[in-house]
Write a protein of this length. Structure first.
Length: 492
């Protein structure tokens, strides 16, 4: 860690767009572990600007028209101020001092008066995702390699030719795709690889029974649980019993696109999302000890770590994996969770994270709690949900079970873990005056290759940031624009 808490980083006067992608081998980069909250606060605007730039690059890579959410500077500052303990890393360009990536971690804390990990509750949002995954599996079993709701042009097809091929009115085909394909007209000729939607984005998939069948057998055919099928078809009371028989010709909803989270994916791709399909991950999390006051310090889950902030340009995976190495080696935590930005969901899935359901009840007082409905969980919302409007969509919580790796985690010569997390200050209070940010401290012993690389890159001095380059008129370039967007962890 940086041993001199009095040395703070200098002003960052550069454009995020000029920051290069981090090299795969991290050549030309240095690693820092900010020593205090003040060090993190000094970088908060720079961190927000990098988050904006990372989201913009991801948007261009995926060729998305809609802007991906970022990390507002107010949210970053709030996490730096409130997270207890707080530790993490920054990767910077060695020559210029440009920030290329950052990650912060803490102990997971909730502020809802009643919070439960539950992947099976209707309000948790996983039922539509389980139905979507089941639909993908059915399509693959039928031999589909792409989503039949899309048409991918293999040659220079005209819109009229495609409409005739798929049996749609040409005007309807144009209407369905005008937002995604600018300038699309009924006479347009498409380039090979152009993808057109054939049904409204929020349409529900239905299944009409070709024969009489029991509810149990139908659920087995569809790959859905009885409860999930019943939630998708609330008006069908007959679905309440496994032995009830459904008549031939009965039409049921088997997928609800409108209720699925809008995770950016390649159009026409058949993608299964990584989720807590059977609820076992949520059940394991619920067994974890926790305690505290939701209206004051929050309810602390001492064995559950949280990745609270992350953004990077090319080094996000390395930063996360380094921190996972630290967590596994410390034996201090059993799980790590995070609130993912939707654009970063595939990134975290590739690292082994799965979406896990969470629900809560919000009320101004304990007396009103019994009357409060079970609601979707909004991470970082106040216990009375008074500030919900600033949190946007329901939190996409993801989790990873660290315990399976604990037996093989690197340990020191004395048998102690390579990393150990220091205890909180007496009384659970942070050090006064913006003191050192709590973080795992490395000790001697066997290390992973990533840990060794991190030790090689670790520096105790903040790289100097040179003056901003001049624009074409010779005037200094402006500082990064004020970022915007919603909370959550970015990746990349």
């Amino acid at each position: 860690a940086n041993e001199d808490p009095g040395t703070l980083p200098g002003p960052a006067r550069y454009l995020p767009s000029q920051v290069p992608q981090c090299h795969r081998g991290l050549e030309g980069a240095v690693l820092l572990r900010p020593a205090t909250r003040l060090h993190w606060f000094a970088c908060s605007v720079e961190m927000a600007a990098l988050a904006d730039e990372a989201a913009a690059r991801r948007q261009r890579k995926l060729r998305l028209r809609a802007q991906l959410p970022s990390l507002p500077v107010a949210y970053i500052a709030d996490r730096i101020d409130m997270d207890e303990p707080l530790w993490g890393y920054q990767l910077r360009d060695r020559e210029h001092g440009w920030l290329q990536g950052f990650i912060t971690l803490t102990t997971f804390t909730t502020w809802a008066r009643e919070f439960v990990w539950d992947s099976n509750h209707e309000s948790a949002g996983l039922i539509p995702m389980r139905a979507a995954n089941a639909a993908v599996r059915r399509l693959r079993a039928q031999g589909h390699e792409t989503d039949p709701d899309f048409f991918v042009s293999e040659d220079s097809h005209t819109v009229r030719q495609i409409a005739a091929t798929v049996g749609l009115e040409v005007g309807e085909l144009v209407r369905l795709n005008r937002d995604q394909v600018p300038g699309l007209t009924t006479k347009a000729k498409l380039q090979a690889g152009t993808c057109l939607r054939l049904r409204p984005e929020d349409a529900a998939d239905t299944h009409t029974l070709a024969r009489s069948i029991s509810v149990r057998d139908l659920c087995e055919e569809l790959g859905l649980t009885m409860r999930d099928l019943a939630v998708l078809n609330p008006e069908r009371t007959v679905l309440g019993s496994a032995t009830n028989r459904l008549k031939k010709g009965t039409t049921l909803r088997v997928r609800d696109h409108a209720s699925e989270p809008s995770v950016p994916t390649t159009p026409a791709a058949l993608v299964e999302r990584a989720i807590d399909e059977d609820g076992t991950l949520a059940a394991a999390l619920n067994k974890q000890k926790r305690g505290g006051d939701p209206a004051d310090t929050g309810v602390v889950w001492p064995r559950v770590a949280e990745i609270s902030l992350l953004a990077a340009v090319g080094c996000g995976r390395w930063l996360v994996e380094l921190c996972l190495d630290d967590l596994r080696a410390s034996h201090t935590y059993d799980f790590v969770v995070l609130q993912a930005a939707l654009g970063a969901v595939p990134f975290y899935e590739a690292l082994g994270f799965r979406r896990v359901g969470a629900v809560a009840r919000y009320a101004a007082s304990e007396a009103e709690l019994e009357q409060a409905p079970v609601a979707p969980y909004y991470h970082w919302a106040a216990s009375d949900q008074a500030q919900l409007d600033q949190f946007g969509e329901v939190s996409y919580m993801m989790a990873l079970d660290l315990r399976a790796a604990h037996a093989d985690a690197p340990r020191g010569d004395s048998g102690m873990p390579v990393v150990a997390t220091p205890p909180r200050a007496k009384g659970g209070k942070r050090p006064a005056g913006g003191g050192r940010a709590d973080q795992p401290q490395c000790v001697r012993g066997r290390e992973t290759a990533r840990m060794r690389r991190a030790r090689e890159l670790l520096t105790h001095a903040w790289p100097a940031v040179p003056p901003a380059p001049a624009d074409s008129a010779g005037a200094p370039a402006p500082p990064p624009p004020a970022p915007g967007g919603g909370g959550g962890c970015l990746g990349w």
